[in-house]
Design a binder for this molecule. Structure first.
Ligand code: HEM
Length: 404
């Protein structure tokens, strides 16, 4: 039996945020399975192959949380969340049954029907600021579009987006055990979710909230706590992530304006730009699992109850999968093999919608404010890259259209 390979690693530490890219590539190559003593101790899986294996094997790597049958399981965040994300933090067969309730609303055909709604939110966000000649791409644009799109999708008036999303934004900035973690605000938002769920149970419509309020999983109606937990993942999961991804694309595009005509004419090129940006700048650097049985991986002994971080960020930079992984290449043959949307059973339900949102926002910027100039001195990153990673504020100026 070998000793643990212990590394100095804490995904909440600002030092991780500032040095992660090179470190992630090194980890994928030299420390594919390693242990950190931070936050009570956890394994970090960094090799593409092992991350894929873990995401595909819920019998060995459990996502459960607050499950009396698996008291050792602590869910998908390290430290654990003070509430349960009932879809993300469940295992098959329960997970599968719950996912089937939401899946039709996220399917590509449903997302295509949402495209005009997304476009409306994109145009509205730009209409509000275009006469000013300046905006914050985060607050005034991508945050607004992503939040309103998600609200419309689940079935809540998009104009109420700030009521539901700002607490989640605050929460994404802090570790769950931080004294300022806004748990009261999150619980307040969840109270509002309960109100809408009860209304919709009485008066169902064709939306996710009505489905959660009325449909069954494994032959049983969902408890209200499960409904709220599932709605929380749908609402909170598709907001900071889409914002961060969009800002990363716009940051890169500022120095590649010569591609504008091609990007507008060629959807495939735009897709490849989005995927390569997601690979190199994942808005979610990793989610956790709990080891469900004792076994050995890469010479390391994993024990039931051990916490594990699946490092999507490192897998995305594994040189055994991505040639010269730090290089931005629009012509990568395997560019879509990244883990920025996770993998396996829990792969992001919102991925098709996120792609539509990002593409629409990029197209609108190219069409309406093509000469945008980012104020690089004012770019702000998320304080920790543990929950949401990337840029959280990005002010820019541009020439307002003559008629405004
Ligand atoms: C660029 C944008 C996005 C990124 C990077 C992202 C990332 C992820 C990742 C990594 C997971 C897997 C978590 C795990 O395995 O533990 C996930 C799951 C999930 N995401 Fe996203 N997401 C994005 C957009 C969205 C959107 C727009 C929505 C909804 C409006 C959404 C809803 C969800 C849900 C419901 C799950 C749980 C799926 C399950 O457990 O079966 N996401 N996301």
């Amino acid at each position: 039996m070998s000793d643990k390979l212990v590394i100095d690693f804490d995904h909440h530490n600002p030092a991780y945020r500032d040095n992660w890219a090179e470190e992630a590539e090194q980890r994928a190559t030299h420390c594919p399975v390693a242990w950190s003593e931070a936050h009570g101790g956890y394994w970090i899986l960094s090799k593409h192959e092992y991350v894929a294996q873990a995401a595909d094997d819920p019998d060995s790597f459990s996502s459960s949380h607050n499950n009396p049958e698996k008291p050792w399981a602590k869910g998908i965040l390290i430290p654990e969340l003070p509430y349960t994300l009932a879809l993300s933090e469940s295992d098959p067969p329960v997970h599968h049954a719950r996912r089937l309730i939401e899946a039709p609303y996220f399917a590509p055909v449903a997302v295509r029907q949402q495209a005009d709604v997304v476009k409306g939110h994109v145009e509205e966000a730009l209409d509000r600021v275009i006469h000013l000649g300046k905006l914050d791409f985060a607050r005034d644009f991508a945050m607004r579009v992503a939040a309103k799109t998600t609200m419309a999708l689940v079935g809540i008036d998009p104009e109420r987006w700030e009521e539901f999303m700002l607490a989640a934004h605050k929460a994404s900035l802090l570790p769950t055990d931080h004294p300022d973690y806004p748990i009261k605000e999150i619980l307040n938002v969840q109270t509002k979710m309960r109100e809408v769920l009860r209304e919709r149970k009485e008066d169902p419509r064709k939306d996710i909230i009505s489905a959660l309020a009325t449909k069954k999983a494994m032959g049983e109606p969902l408890t209200e706590d499960v409904q709220v937990g599932m709605l929380s993942a749908a609402i909170f999961g598709g907001f900071g992530t889409v914002m961060s991804a969009t800002l990363s694309v716009l940051l890169w595009l500022e120095n590649h304006r010569e591609l504008y005509p091609q990007l507008l004419a060629d959807d495939d090129l735009l897709d490849r730009l989005v995927e390569e940006t997601l690979r190199l700048n994942p808005p979610n650097h990793g989610t956790a699992r709990t080891v469900a049985r004792d076994f050995e991986l890469h010479g390391q002994q994993l024990k039931q109850g051990d916490r594990v971080l699946l490092s999507w960020a490192a897998a995305n930079r594994d040189p055994s999968v991505f040639e010269c992984p730090a290089e931005f290449r629009l012509d990568r043959a395997n560019g879509k093999d990244h883990f920025s949307f996770g993998g396996g059973e829990h792969r992001c339900l919102g991925a098709p919608l996120a792609r539509v949102e990002i593409r629409q926002m990029v197209r609108a910027v190219i069409n309406r404010i093509p000469d945008y100039k980012i104020d690089h001195s004012q770019i702000t990153l998320y304080p920790s890259f543990a929950n949401t990673a990337g840029i959280s504020s990005m002010p820019a100026t541009f020439t307002p259209p003559a008629e405004s």
